[in-house]
Design a protein around this ligand. Structure first.
Ligand code: F6P
Length: 368
């Protein structure tokens, strides 16, 4: 018989399509196991201030499976360990308040749904005695220990559709179109959407590029009669010997914001190829909208597995996808690391084989 009677659930970090599907699965499986659920608003902020929690029952999660965003709200700037507060009794760090409120709310455990930053905080809180199960979330697919994260499939689907649309206008105007996609320091979105959308060039963080090589490939395409080209560039991609392009610096509590490489590539490629070039930044559109069926199923499996872990007393772990199973991995193996695309990954090799350039070396000239 489980000792868990009442749990809290929160979502942290950037939103990703499928968060509501996890919340729904957590609430439904918990309720059916006789466990009460308290929804905690705006990530850990809901445990710092009073009055930012609400009970969640089956009725509260009806109809949210297909909704993007998160009914609980989220934050990617709220690390309770990064803000020690001066009080008359000395410096108090917010994490102590989080732990205090956890007990005040009579919670037995927490389900924390978030990316590597949120999961690191979860592990630190587990170290302070809070029974926690983490659920990995990111459109970037860069969390170690899990093959997939919900949100990624939806983001790739959206980016693929955008590339399809850009193909028609690129072809009509004989232009080069540069599409900047998200992904932080990993090229998963760029690689999958680039291949699915039939891109001619994919630039990603794991393979530093040279725009002279990219331009040569675009000219080569022109020679064999393809008068347009699509270049997909990940926001974290950088030229050989160069730096990533950022729009805002980070600090102890906030990650730096990447962006701007799309316009840099477009301007330089226009000079080098003398072809009219336009760029598009897909930005947060990739995080919006309704989750794909794949993401809904994965999110539901994660939510169900999280409750299974809590009821059998398995804590300080993250649920993870290891096809065909959903497994658990210790949270201390997850935080502060990134799962990047291995440069010899089979999809990279296949992409090269079918003539996609990664901007690092010339593509072989086709003889047939
Ligand atoms: O991690 C998800 C993500 O969308 C990244 O791809 C992107 O770099 C970042 O979040 C953007 O963060 P923000 O919403 O704070 O601009």
């Amino acid at each position: 018989m489980s000792q868990i009677k009442r749990i809290g659930v929160l979502t942290g970090g950037g939103d990703a399509p499928g968060l509501n599907a996890v919340i729904r699965a957590v609430v439904k499986s918990a309720c059916n196991a006789g466990i009460e659920v308290l929804g905690i608003e705006d990530s850990f902020d809901g445990l710092i201030e009073p009055g930012r929690t609400r009970p969640l029952g089956q009725k509260d999660v009806t109809g949210i499976l297909r909704l993007g965003g998160t009914i609980l709200g989220t934050r990617n700037r709220g690390n309770p360990f990064a803000y020690p507060v001066e009080t008359s009794e000395g410096k108090v760090d917010y994490s102590a308040r989080v732990v205090g409120n956890f007990h005040e709310l009579a919670l037995d455990a927490l389900v924390v749904i978030g990316g590597d930053g949120t999961l690191s905080i979860a592990h630190q809180l587990a170290g302070k005695g809070i029974p926690i199960v983490g659920v990995p979330k990111t459109i970037d697919n860069d969390i170690v220990g899990t093959v997939s994260c919900f949100g990624f499939d939806t983001a790739v689907d959206f980016a693929t559709d955008a590339i399809d649309r850009l193909h028609t206008t690129a072809e009509a105007h004989h232009r080069v179109m540069v599409v900047e996609v998200m992904g932080r320091y990993a090229g998963w979105i760029a690689l999958y959407a680039g291949v699915a959308g039939g891109a001619d060039v994919i630039l990603m963080p794991e393979i530093p590029f040279d725009l002279e090589i990219v331009a040569a490939r675009l000219k080569q395409r022109e020679k064999f009669g393809a008068r347009f080209s699509i270049v997909v560039v990940a926001e974290g991609a950088a030229p050989k010997g160069g730096k990533v392009s950022i729009v805002e610096k980070g600090d102890a509590a906030t990650a730096e914001r990447l962006g701007g490489i799309g316009v840099i590539c477009a301007r330089r490629l226009e000079e080098l190829t003398e072809k009219e070039t336009r760029y598009v930044v897909l930005g947060h559109l990739q995080r919006g909208g309704t989750p794909t069926s794949f993401d809904r199923v994965l999110a539901t499996r994660f939510g169900g597995k999280a409750i299974e872990c809590l009821t059998r007393g398995e804590f300080d772990v993250m649920v993870a996808s290891k096809p065909p199973d959903i497994v658990t991995v210790p949270l201390d193996e997850v935080g502060g690391k990134q799962k990047r695309v291995p440069p010899d990954f089979d999809l990279v090799r296949t992409a090269r084989a079918i003539g996609i350039s990664f901007g690092d070396r010339p593509v072989g000239s086709a003889r047939c």
